[in-house]
Design a protein around this ligand. Structure first.
Ligand code: DGL
Length: 259
């Protein structure tokens, strides 16, 4: 089966490229189009209605570009809008949610920390996943300011270090043994986080699981691309291209587009 139409991904900005990297590494034959809606970042402080409207706008552009499946590479958009997107558009959607389940199952101290946006932590979908694990204590922390610093390219800055310490130290004191990264921007902070938390605390994000789920859904719907043609990877941003280029090591194709 050869379906060369691209996989579409979108995020409020550059963070969802952490998901794109996992998808591309598992499915290198697939063509992909990534939308970085950096102009509207952060989504995490917006209302549910605004997040649904922005997610619909991104979906419509990806559908106009002939995408065969859409990965909502943003926890905030998934937890607030995926139900509405699935109702509105006739295309398979893959969402990304904080990996509470694997952390809860493996935790020995029965205490896990989660760092995510306000929009994700306040969503009904997130409350439902937490309610499935009454055996563990979940220490929630909104990552105020982290997305803005990442979007500005200030990943390795003193401000970032201060913010991360203020969010992580209280979790360390509460004896967590898992830290769930519930925002697709945060995997870019793993080196900085590792300098703060003890090595016995495991960091979990959802990238690999999303890539596997994408593969399964493509196979189930006969949408997989088995063509041996060189695949094309396109990144559209509606803000400046520099930061997106730098996290992709300037290797990929980053294009400004007004959307
Ligand atoms: N990358 C996003 C997420 O996974 C959204 C961050 C934001 O825009 O607030 O939640």
């Amino acid at each position: 089966m050869i379906n060369e139409n691209p996989i579409g991904l979108f995020d409020s900005g550059i963070g969802g490229t952490s998901i794109w990297k996992e998808v591309h590494s598992l499915l290198p034959n697939e063509n992909t189009i990534y939308l970085a809606d950096s102009k509207n970042a952060p989504y995490g402080l917006k209302s549910k209605e605004e997040i649904i409207a922005l997610s619909s706008k991104n979906t419509e552009l990806l559908l106009n570009l002939n995408c065969k499946i859409i990965i909502v590479a943003c926890n905030t958009a998934t937890t607030n809008a995926i139900k509405e997107l699935r109702e509105k558009y006739d295309v398979p959607f893959i969402g990304i949610e904080p990996a509470i389940k694997p952390a809860a199952i493996q935790s020995k101290t029965q205490k896990i920390g989660i760092l995510a946006t306000k929009g994700t932590l306040n969503s009904d979908l997130f409350h439902k996943s937490v309610a499935n694990h009454p055996e563990v204590k979940i220490i929630e922390q909104i990552g105020h300011g982290l997305v803005q610093l990442i979007e500005n390219g200030d990943i390795d800055s003193p401000d970032m270090e201060d913010l991360l310490k203020s969010y992580l130290n209280p979790m360390i004191e509460k004896n967590i043994d898992f830290l769930v990264l519930g925002c697709s921007h945060y995997p870019y902070l793993i080196p900085q986080i590792k300098k703060i938390i003890p090595s016995k605390i495991r960091i979990i994000d959802s990238g690999e699981a999303v890539a596997k789920q994408t593969q399964n859904i493509l196979e189930q719907n006969s949408l997989i691309n088995t063509s041996k043609n060189k695949s094309s990877q396109i990144f559209y941003t509606n803000s400046e291209t520099e930061v997106l280029n730098s996290i992709l090591d300037y290797k990929e194709k980053v294009i400004y587009r007004n959307f």
